[in-house]
Design a protein around this ligand. Structure first.
Ligand code: HAM
Length: 421
């Protein structure tokens, strides 16, 4: 029976205290991204399946194995979004984007991938992401990465390792693919089953396969950066120089290709040692995504960070959001007759900006004090028949245990006076 009440594997219920940390991440994202001119966009969780298949690539693991796809009652194929970029591009294309115009958006929310659940790997996970769409410049890539690093530092995670690589331009692809084939074909027997399939379907992905058995073959593979044409080389050199000029440390990671096919030019990931096996905190890069009805693909640069992983990284560093008490004040009412004026007092306190929990059953003083303690309130405001008759409130400071009788009209200034903050 209990198993039927548990959330599905790879999904979680999120309770108040966890959400305090969660909301602090979201607030930090909003503050940081708005400093760079990004505004929020919320796209639907459910989209036509094509939105993802045409953007992410038919041969990616996400499309092949992980999407939650189903037919609705009207026979349409729909998918729960496995990532945010494809839907953002659909939304921007739907609004229309003039040539050379730039849109900067950020988003946050649930994403769904049917992966094997593990620490830091969920089936419903949550991303905070950004996309700068419409303009092509290596300096935009530099600024986007700088924003990610600032965001992580603001969150109290200054020690993520930034890994950087390039996938070059589409016109480089044939040359790189031919060289990779030359390298991997004679080593087919050394590769895992997935990579044996990838040799035909998506040979670049073999480069960042994590299977230990594939490592000898991938470690000796030719480097993409050595095979690119001059335009791609120059773009990447500018990105590297721009990051150096801003004092942002990075490691060249020649085998980083990323799991989605829409990338070209810059690709990057930030990994963190506090995360264990699923060590990618955030990933992104420059991409081009074809949209129906448009001759040219839409180009952009962006990244997404997993909220669950950001929280794990913060936990590993001992960083916590200030744990806010659930209420500042507990209004204790002793007996039925006092309840109504207890609620009125609570309203006055809320008008003054305080978070108030008011008693509604009139149970014993001991039970109400226990509730106030549980909520971590700073004040218990106690009233029974005696206080009602005298027009006072007994204000108990929960930290010092001092109690003072205060006229009811003076309670707000009394408990908010500076020495009590
Ligand atoms: P991604 O690398 O697939 O990229 O995901 C970005 C981040 O989402 C990962 O670094 C990780 O923190 C988190 N993540 C991914 N899968 C899971 C999972 N199953 N459980 C928990 N966290 C997960 C993208 O999604 C691209 N759309 C990023 C992007 C934006 N590229 C350009 N713009």
């Amino acid at each position: 029976m209990a198993a039927q009440l548990e959330p599905l594997p790879g999904t979680s219920d999120l309770w108040e205290q966890e959400l305090v940390d969660w909301v602090s991440l979201e607030t930090c994202a909003r503050e940081t991204f708005s400093k760079y001119g990004y505004g929020e966009l919320r796209t639907p969780v459910l989209e036509r399946t094509k939105v993802f298949t045409r953007s992410l690539g038919d041969e990616t693991d996400v499309v092949q194995k992980e999407m939650y796809t189903f037919e609705d009652r009207g026979g349409r194929s729909l998918t729960l979004r496995p990532e945010g970029t494809a839907g953002v591009i659909r939304a921007i294309a739907n609004r229309g984007l003039a040539t050379g115009e730039e849109r900067r958006v950020f988003y946050m929310g649930p994403m769904f991938r049917g992966e094997k659940p593990a620490a830091g790997r969920k089936r419903q996970f949550h991303q905070i992401g950004v996309e700068s769409v419409g303009k092509v410049s290596p300096w935009l890539d530099v600024e986007c990465i700088a924003m990610l690093m600032r965001f992580l530092a603001e969150l109290g995670i200054p020690n993520g390792r930034l890994l950087l690589n390039t996938r070059g331009l589409p016109e480089d692809r044939e040359r790189v693919t031919a060289k990779l084939l030359e390298h991997f074909e004679p080593r087919l027997g050394e590769l895992c089953a997935d990579c044996q399939r990838r040799i035909q379907t998506n040979i670049w992905r073999i480069l960042d396969c994590k299977e230990p058995g594939c490592q000898p073959a991938t470690e000796t593979a030719p480097r993409i950066t050595d095979l690119l044409g001059p335009e791609s080389q120059a773009f990447f050199e500018t990105v590297c120089r721009g990051l150096e000029d801003l004092g942002i440390e990075f490691e060249l990671s020649p085998r980083l290709v990323r799991g989605l096919d829409y990338y070209l030019h810059t690709v990057f990931e930030v990994v963190h040692e506090g995360l264990g096996a699923q060590d990618a905190l955030a990933g992104g890069g420059r991409y081009a995504i074809a949209v129906p009805g448009s001759k040219n693909p839409i180009e952009g640069v962006g990244f997404a960070a997993g909220i669950e992983r950001l929280l794990l990284a913060r936990e590993s560093l001992g960083v916590k959001a200030q744990s806010a008490a659930e209420a500042d004040v507990y209004v204790i009412s002793l007996g039925e007759a006092v309840l109504s004026s207890g609620l009125a007092l609570a309203e006055t306190l809320r008008e003054a900006g305080l978070r108030v929990f008011a008693e509604t059953t009139g149970r014993s003083l001991k039970a109400q004090m226990r509730a106030a303690n549980r909520l971590g309130t700073r004040w218990a405001l106690i009233r029974g028949d005696t206080e009602m008759a005298a027009g006072t409130v007994l204000c108990k400071n929960m930290t010092t245990s001092e109690q003072t009788g205060v006229p009811v009209g003076d309670v707000v200034p009394w408990i908010t006076r500076p020495t009590c903050e």
